[in-house]
Write a protein that binds this ligand. Structure first.
Ligand SMILES: *Cc1c(COP(=O)(O)O)cnc(C)c1O
Length: 387
């Protein structure tokens, strides 16, 4: 059998399950209003929570930095790709999240697999929430440590697993805000449990930085210092409207990652112009607290109106508001009807979420107006009633 014949069978199987995914082709910049195939859409699927991705000051900053630095970084950080823009961005990020030092990675995916793989080996154990982001789960796999998964936010189960572990080093791994559910982990409790059982805690704050803790992220939201939450990771591609990611922690942790995190060492540094523009994004995020306040107001408004219109809500109080429909086919039907009415939202199916929990994923942003939120909910209420 040729490779293609085998692959075609796998594709056909996925198609039969109604789970074949496809990409959109945007003809406009990221934002609340986007254009696809000549049609305008109202976008509720972007992670650009603060509406910074196409901000005019950032466009300007990127253009200027491009003029100075050109395009590529030319090499990895440890060869000659590390510029003063990278260096300053790392310092500013570390100060922002209250840690000694930060290390830039090209993507959040790489930051997670890099940090987890570097921190753990065969004799160690990793304790992970079942619904952790794929990059954390993959980092744990790559590390060859003994993997102990606990049920979603089930800290009693975690405690049992921690108590019975005889591993040399133990690492508790969690998302802060879970990307498909929008709930926030109880980091205070996780930090206390980790301390009780001699484990370290690593948190992926991709959906918290810029929103929680006055924009400083989930660690500060929960009042956890570097000792209590030693490995902090967040991305620049979501609330900051940019691209890239970082791990922050003690001087020793970061120097260790520079030496041992393979996805840091063996990859080209992010373009310096991108680092320069990200510095401006960080500054805007810090200075323009109204963006965060607007997200909060939009979340409250969305939940109040959904209740009034009998649209089923989840327990999430974050900008990620899932509407769990359960059945894949029903989800795809509703998603298609929403698309026809020019709404763009995530239709998330297994295996990204557990079987039987297919859902619409609504992401709210500072750039949405109440009127736009209202029109989405009216439309959803109608569609769900007839679905
Ligand atoms: C988006 C995301 C990542 C990956 O970050 P990228 O920079 O997009 O690679 C990691 N963890 C979580 C929880 C995310 O939502």
């Amino acid at each position: 059998m040729s490779l293609d014949i085998e692959l075609r069978a796998a594709l056909a199987q996925r198609k039969a399950l109604g789970r074949l995914r496809s990409r959109l082709n945007l003809a406009s910049a990221q934002g609340v209003e986007v254009e696809i195939d000549g049609q305008p859409y109202l976008n509720f699927s972007s992670n650009d929570y603060l509406g910074l991705a196409q901000n005019s000051e950032l466009r300007e900053a990127l253009a200027q930095a491009g003029g100075r630095w050109g395009l590529g970084s030319g090499a990895s950080h440890l060869v000659c790709g590390h510029s003063s823009e990278h260096q300053q961005l790392e310092q500013e990020l570390a100060a922002h999240v209250g840690r000694d030092r930060a290390l830039l990675f090209s993507t959040g995916y790489m930051a997670n697999i890099g940090a987890v793989q570097a921190l753990l080996g065969r004799d160690d154990a990793v304790f992970e929430d079942k619904l952790n982001h794929a990059s954390l789960l993959d980092g744990a796999l790559l590390s060859r440590a003994k993997r102990q998964r606990y049920g979603y936010l089930n800290y009693e189960q975690l405690e049992l697993r921690l108590g019975s572990s005889t591993a040399k080093r133990k690492l508790v791994l969690t998302d802060s805000v879970f990307s498909m559910d929008g709930d926030c982990a109880d980091l205070r409790r996780l930090s206390a449990l980790s301390a009780d059982y001699g484990a370290s805690l690593m948190v992926d704050d991709a959906h918290g930085l810029g929103l929680l803790g006055d924009g400083r992220g989930a660690a500060l939201h929960f009042g956890l210092d570097q000792q209590q939450l030693p490995v902090y990771m967040a991305t620049l591609g979501k609330a900051l409207g940019s691209f890239g990611a970082f791990v922050a922690g003690s001087e020793t942790l970061i120097e260790y990652l520079v030496q041992f995190a393979r996805p840091y060492i063996y990859t080209t540094a992010m373009p310096p112009a991108l680092a320069a523009a990200s510095r401006v994004a960080l500054k805007l995020m810090q200075e323009q607290g109204w963006r965060r306040a607007k997200v909060g107001a939009n979340i409250a408004y969305f939940r109040r109106r959904a209740r009034e219109l009998d649209v089923p809500l989840s327990s999430s109080h974050s900008a990620i508001q899932p509407i769990v429909l359960g059945d894949d086919k029903k989800l795809m039907l509703v998603a298609e009807q929403l698309r026809q009415r020019a709404y763009l939202l995530g239709a998330i199916r297994p295996p990204t979420v557990p079987e039987g929990s297919a859902r619409l994923r609504i992401c709210l942003s500072a750039a949405h107006s109440k009127k736009q939120i209202d029109s989405l909910l009216q439309c959803l209420a109608e569609l769900l009633e007839s679905a």
